[in-house]
Design a protein around this ligand. Sequence first.
Ligand SMILES: O=C(O)CCC(=O)C(=O)O
Length: 279
Amino acid sequence: MSVNLTIPTQQYDPAEIMGALYGPGILGLKGAFTREFAKELGEDIAVLYEEALKRPGGAVGRGPKRHYVEIHPEDIRGFVELATHPWVKAVCETVLGPDYKIVEIGFDVPNPGAENQPWHRDFPAPEDTVKGRRLNSLAFNLTTVDVEPDMGPFEIAPGTQWDDASAFEHEMFPPKEFYSRYEERAEQKMPKMGDISVRSALTIHRGTANRSDKARPVLVLGVDAPGANNHERHDLQVTKAFYEKLPDDLKSRLLCRIVDELEVIVQGHTIEGLMMGEA
Ligand SMILES: O=C(O)CCC(=O)C(=O)O
């Protein structure tokens, strides 16, 4: 008896996704969203940034003229579209497995006058990566502006997510003597509005000096495999009303508190080595 089997097809190739995240440690998708989507995101971030700057401790300094702000999913239009984008879902499922969880949403703003950051990881490599040789978290980035070379592009040293950190300060900051290794490999990223990228936050990277008169705000979405525990550095919150309206498959993806009213986030993810004095 013959059985008619259909060859399974996938919109996004898991081997390509795994190859990129385990190889260079970064992957992008051009035109994932419309320019209008990125523009609205930029408008929402501008409001949130202004509010955060007024609150003591509302924005974390990440170097001169540079901040990070953790936000609430419902503070931005488009959270659902972002979190349920087929590419975002495919990348998360492929690299982190079927039980991945969203643990962080925030944004970085390198302003005019921001300087080169030290090369760094966003947190120390966990045992799962160091000994288990597996990535258990990802950071998605969505630019809200077209990035030009003078706007302090994000710079990354592909393949360095596997570098031994025993000589790094706080297991995150390689000594200056190692910089030639990162500089030789460095790639500057110049995404346009609507593009999205994903990286391991362990791939050594830095924000570069912004010599333009424009800020370069970029959204960050943090996603974990079970057991990665990055949620401990964050405080993802949604209101009951927002949660109830979410698609069912997104509800189970949020590692968050469900609250009656949103609480002000006490910014937790400070990276001491990036402060370099006042932001
Ligand atoms: O400038 C960027 O896009 C990233 C900045 C960064 O790596 C950080 O503040 O940890």
